[in-house]
Design a binder for this molecule. Structure first.
Ligand code: ATP
Ligand code: MG
Length: 301
């Protein structure tokens, strides 16, 4: 299977580009919530101009991993480094100050406010001297319009309430906003989970656009197809540990899908489905082929 024709993968990049140090790195990182060990021994490197995909089933530890990087939670084992230096953020604000921006699925927007107003929410432009300082509405409108266009996002009217945009469009505005406010690392938690095919494609396009602007993107998803369309590196979590850590040239879409499904589970499912009338199991991926050895889970990082 290939990704040709998607227009989202401009070039396949190596996981360790010469001269580029990782923006963010986890070394043997883990997190326990009391007695529950949600994450253990995780290694991850995020490079500029790359999309690092973190895949995994429900409860695999994806959200826990990004909560550590985005400053919501602290790791309880291993190391977390930003620009090569160990850090321990106490608040998301500290992560943001280091250029780590997170776009959550339930976006923090005010639905009834216009698009441009949401673009600047919490960081409004003002003009005039104190105490006559007031919002610089014209400049905010103009800048929001320019920034959205720069990312290739064309909206008819920035005055419309953001609540009237589709879920995909709102994700795109949030991506453009993070880029404008100087994010170096952009974390997206399942941005395509609730979207249809077409809208998912649009969001994937802006993930690629953010990557092409030099950001290190961490793309959390359940969907290996979406990951493979834009990903440079793939990390698969299973029960809190990293099961696969591979760059694009080390893993095919089929292998990635298999890692997500689990080869034996898929074979069992295929067997069960073959008992059901009307299901064409021949169309399903070959379980044997899928369980072929892939790049070791140690990976390169
Ligand atoms: N605050 C918490 N307290 C206790 N356990 C937690 C907490 N947050 C997560 N967990 C546990 O940690 C494990 C990993 O959860 P996490 O939310 O990171 O998974 P996930 O991969 O994001 O799953 P999903 O795809 O469902 O979002 C789960 O077993 C979960 O029950
Ligand atoms: Mg989650």
């Amino acid at each position: 299977m290939t990704t040709e024709g998607t227009g989202t993968q401009s070039a396949v990049k190596d996981q360790t580009p010469a001269g580029d140090a990782p923006l963010v790195e986890l070394r043997g990182a883990g997190k326990s919530y009391g007695n529950i060990r949600a994450l253990h021994g995780v290694d991850l490197k995020v490079f500029p101009s790359q999309v690092t995909c973190v895949l995994g089933d429900n409860g695999a530890g994806k959200s826990t991993l990004i909560k550590i990087i985005s400053g919501l939670h602290q790791h309880t084992e291993g190391e977390f480094l930003v620009d090569g230096a160990p850090v321990r953020f106490s608040t998301p604000r500290e992560a943001l100050d280091r250029g780590i921006a997170t776009v959550y699925q339930d976006l923090a927007v005010v639905p009834l406010m216009p698009v441009w107003r949401n673009f600047f929410l919490g960081s409004e432009m003002t003009k005039g001297p104190w105490p006559l300082r007031r919002l610089d509405i014209e400049r905010m409108k103009k800048t929001a319009d320019e920034e959205l266009r720069n990312m290739g996002i064309v909206l008819d009217d920035l005055e419309q309430p953001i609540g009237t945009l589709s879920g995909g469009q709102r994700q795109c505005v949030a991506i453009a906003r993070a880029v404008y406010f100087g994010a170096r690392v952009l974390i997206l938690d399942e941005p395509t989970a609730a979207l249809g095919v077409k809208q998912s494609g649009v969001v994937l396009k802006y993930i690629a656009a953010a990557r092409d602007r030099g950001l290190g993107v961490i793309f959390i998803t359940h969907n290996p197809h979406h990951a493979y369309m834009v990903g440079d590196h793939f990390s698969v979590l299973r029960l809190g540990t990293m099961e696969l850590n591979a760059s694009r040239d080390e893993v095919s879409l089929e292998e990635l899908t298999n890692h997500m499904a689990g080869g034996t589970e898929l074979a069992a499912l295929k067997h069960e489905l073959s008992q059901v009338r009307g299901v064409d199991v021949e169309e399903l991926p070959e379980a044997d082929a899928l369980t072929a050895p892939v790049a070791s889970s140690e990976g390169k990082s």
